[in-house]
Each structure stands twice: as C-alpha cells, then as structure tokens.
Design a protein around this ligand. Sequence first.
Ligand code: ADP
Ligand code: MG
Length: 683
Amino acid sequence: MVKSQNGERNIVIELTNDICAINGIGPKTAEILKKSGIYTLRDFFYNLPRDYENFSAPTTIAKMRPGKVVIRGRILSIKSRQARKRRLTITEATIGDDTGSVKAIWFNQSYRVRQLIPEKEYYFAGDFSFKNGRFQLNSPSAAEIADVDIGSGLSPIYVAHGKVKSANFKKLVTKSRALFAEIPDLLPTVPAGTRKDALFNVHFPQSEKMVKAARNYLAYEELFELILASKLNRRENEKLKAASIPFDASKIRDFVASLPFKLTNAQRLAAWEIFQDMEKATPMNRLLQGDVGSGKTVVAALAAYEAFLAKKQVAILAPTAILATQHFENLSKIFRDFGARVALLTGATKDKASLKKSISDGEIDVVVGTHALLTDDTRFSDLSLVVIDEQHRFGVEQRQKLVLKSPDGLAPHLLSMTATPIPRSLQLTVFGDLDVSILNELPKGRQPIETSILKGIEVKEKLYPKIREILASKQQIYWVCKAIDDDPRAETMSVKMRTDKLKSVFPKTKIEFLHGRMKQAEKDDIMARYASGEIEILVSTTVIEVGVDVKNASLMVVENAESYGLAQIHQLRGRVGRGNTKSFCYLLTPDDMAPSMRLRELEKSSDGFHLAEVDLKLRGPGEIYGSLQHGALDLRIASFSDTKLIHRAQSDVDKFLLLDENMLKYKELMSGISKYQQLTTLN
Ligand code: ADP
Ligand code: MG
C-alpha cells in the first residue's frame, strides 16, 4: 500500500492494480489495452505519448496557405463512403470558422465520423494542398479544444491500440488526472524532480521545456532499472560455481601452431582473457565482439580446446542449421589431429537418440548445434563451456537451466559471440553484466568492400556490367531481397520475381533462390551448392545474414536497402570480401527518393562500431538488436546518448545495492526490472 505524501488524506493507489480501476475503462476497453500489454495502472501511466501535435498559433481558414497549417474550426458536416477501389474508406468533412470553410479528407479512418461531432469545435493540423481539383486539408489530426494545453498549444499523440485510438486514450488520461498526484516515487534517488510531476508533464504538456525535463526524468528511471538489472545479474552469476579449467600453455601453443594462419594480436588477447575467466571457479560470462570476418570462430575453438584438455564437454550453439554445419566442419578440421570428438546435432540429424546417448555418456567432447541443443532432453555428462554464436545474451533463467544440465550443480562457462557492435553506452547499461573482449583487427590481406548506392534505374547500366565482370572471373554473387512472395502491389521485387528477372538477363548463369520458409534440407542443399561454386548467383532473403563463409563470393546486392538497419546491412556486406579478392556491395534504393544520409554512411565507413552508433542515435536500440525488439528491450525512452546521465545512474545503483534491505523496500522497482533480468534472444 502506498500512502500519499501528506499522509493526511490517506488516498492510496496501487500501481499494480488492474487498469479497470481507472474511471472510464470498462471490460471491453480493458481487454483491448491488455492485448497491447497495458495491464496495470503503472502500464497505463507509462503508456507515454509517442509525439506531440503543436496546435499553437492557429490561423484562420481565409488566411491558410499551402503547406502545414493549424486551424480552429467547427465541423459543419462529416461522412464516410466506400471508394470504388476495394478496402479504401474515404471520410470527408467540411470545417468552418468565421472566415470561411474548407474540406478535409481522411483515408481508412472511418472512426473520425464517431470522433468528430457536428457543430463542435476542434483544432486541426495537417497538410493544406491542391488535390483532386481543389485545395483541401489532407488527413489532418484533430484535438478537442479542452485537450490542448492553452499555454503551449501542445496535444499528446498516443499509439493507437486497436479501437482505442489516440483521442480515446487521451480522454482516459484526462479523466484520471487527479490520480497523478498520488503516484509515489520509484527510485530512492533521482537527479531532480518527482515521478508524479514527470508523468503528469508528459501527459499534460505545458511547454516543450517541461516535456523535455519530464522525459529526462523518465529516461533516468529507465537507465537506473537497466543498470540495476544487469548488476543484479552479475551478482547472481558470481554466486554460481563453475569448474575451474586450467590453462595449459604448451598444449595451447602447439594447437595455435597447427592453425593455417597466424593469430591476430586481437585474437591472442581475447583468447587470453577467456582462458583467465575459465580458470576461475565462477562461470565466465563473456561477450566476444568482432566485426564480420574478424575471426571469432577460431577464438571459440581455442576455448573449446582448453575445455577438452580438461576433459570437459563443450556445446556450441548457432542460430541456424547452415551455420551450425559450417562450424561443425571447421571445428572437425581444426580438431582432427587433437583427438577431440566433434558431433553435429540439428533438426536434420538422423539418429538423434543415439547421438544424445553418446553425449550423455560423455563420448562426445564438442557438440555443435542449434539452440535446440539446450532443450531438456539433451543431457551432458560434464558440460563446462557453452559458446553461443551471433546471439546477444542469456537471461538469468536460461543460466539456471544450464546449471541443471551439469551433475554437480556447476554452471558452464559462457562465451557469447556477436558481429553486431555494441556501443559503449549500451555496454554500460543493457549489457552491463557481461565482460567484453573485442576483436578490433581484421586478419591481414583483407580489402575494404567497395560500397555504392544505386537507384533502380541505374541497375541495367551500372550493376549488370559489374555482374558480368564478376561472373567472368568465376566469382559468385549474393542478391538480397525483402520479400519471399510476389505481391503485385509492392514496389519491390520478391525473391522469386528477382530470380526470374535475373535468369532472363543472364540466361547461361546458374541462379537459384533461398528463403526462410524453405525446408531445412532444401536450404542446406542450396547453401552447400553455393559454397561449392555450382550456383553462381544466390537470390535470398536475409537468412544468409549471419556467419556463412563463402570465400569466393565477391558481390553483394541489397535490394530495398533503406528498409534495413545499418548494422544489418553491414552484416550482409560481411558475407563478401572474406577471401583475398576485391569485393563489392551495391545498395539499391527507390528512384524517386534521394538516398538517406544514414545509408550514405555505409559508402563511407567500414567500421561496424561507427555504424552501430549512427543507428543507435537515429533509430534506437531496437534497430540494432532487431531480435531483441520482441523481447524486453522495447524501451520507452532510449536515452543512450547522455553519458553523464548513465554515469549518474551507475553510481546511484551502486549505492542502492549497498543496502540489501532496499530490495525488499522497493518492490515496484524490483518487480519492474525482472523483465530486463530475463533478457535473452534465445527463443
Ligand atoms: P567471424 O568473426 O565473422 O565469425 P570467422 O571466424 O568466420 O569470422 O573467420 C573468417 C575467416 O577468416 C575464416 O575463413 C577464418 O578461417 C579466417 N581467419 C580467422 N582468423 C584468421 C587469421 N588470424 N588470419 C587469417 N585468416 C583468419
Ligand atoms: Mg562467425
């Protein structure tokens, strides 16, 4: 129970109460909101506006000029009709003020008929332009006069939740205005302000400055939660016990000498950090970060070899069967002369039961597979090292499951590997429980991949000659498309359409396609034939994104490039240039638009870290860690550029953790961070 600050009135609200406690939310509305994850009062208050409409300084209808306008006017008439084109509803209104009237038009927003009541006055903001033979207001946003702050002219815009549109949510917020005063603080310390003011000010915007300060407050809360979650995870991890794996200098030296290349300094350093971790009796929790092609696999092999020397088992997890197979083949080669028994376990594995028995009997030393390897029915005799390729991290719960796989209650050492660079700010917050090793050096002889942006109309003139050149020199090509199936309405080509098109232009070339909906065996077959050089052009979706290593591929084409995050394109680009030949990447963009500055960064930079920073700034963390998006990392306010705020939060969290009783005292905080603690991309 939470008492109000002054203690006298003793009004209490429980933020964990069901949203039905809010005046105006009946069972139907509650059901809709719950579908969007809004269950409690807390969720309700934290459903922050996604933006604000500025209705300040409205003009009169007579004075409107083409462009963005704001007016204040009455609805004179409004109605919806079905357009001849199927699935298009057109809503038209006439809006009037003392100086005249204007038509407004909306597409597929028939709810406007219910929202906007004839004779009632509203603010409208939208584009005033010449369409269909007249000047009109196109899809203007609308707000009730009472909902717009008189001083600032600001009105919040909320994400629509099904039938609960922005305006409906705004009404609910207005109705619960009095509740805000009762919101207790979440954190013991904050830089400035109170939580109830911050939440009030984002929902009832009185000035841009106050909104900014309020969002800053909430960003701080979020940072505090993330950092607390990661520090607690680190603590939990330190409580676990692991088998100490001794470092065997001379055996490792022989192993390194057997490799067909010299390790880079960065690889040596990373391996050294890993060996030191593995010697400890607490489990390693390390992230090995390195740009595509930086050679992470061999570092993992070194760690695996060390575990093998200590007679321990190793599991290596890859996100796809293709990648698992490739790792299996590489490791089998590397380990051939060292006696380690390596096995592959994927969906396609024939006699799974007998392989699983060998694993549990300890007859296999290194198992490579997809994450299905960690399901309950795979048992190990002595699992001591888990390597996860191209995944970001393990949540607490998954860690605990792994402990159960080991007979002595020991947790395996964990090494995660990723080619997605993690900016410093995220390392301090979201990934704060991990130790990090970085491969910041590519093996010798690699040349930067020449990257160019091309418009669709330039393909024939500029890209086709390049393709001919590549084919003539017996090199191979990847061509990445967005969609699998044909969609006549879409402007971009599907995998199938593009394949047909290329076949018609290059009739003598062996061209095939690959996508995620194909059967595993089929995918594996195509990938194998591409790797062997039989297939010359492979058209595919982003399934080839991670890890696959075909040294002879030297041209990557990414269609629809604007729709991807930079880090993702950088990953795709990393599929070529893995041998010693000069490689190229072409990014295709629409004809009718200048390429974005964002995309231009890819032409200029081959530094994954830099690209990740750009993405983080412009598109938030979800874009970089796409797979995390549907996990817990849908942050309300991604404020990772404010390093001062991050450091402040760090030191406040440290102080918070000094007092164990805090964990009991700050219940809401502790329950809120559990979702971050579970953060994992293994799904
Ligand atoms: P990634 O970090 O993208 O997973 P890989 O481990 O697949 O990179 O390595 C890319 C390629 O570079 C592989 O063919 C690997 O054999 C090779 N390689 C790794 N380390 C070195 C090195 N030190 N010198 C030369 N080639 C190397
Ligand atoms: Mg790799």
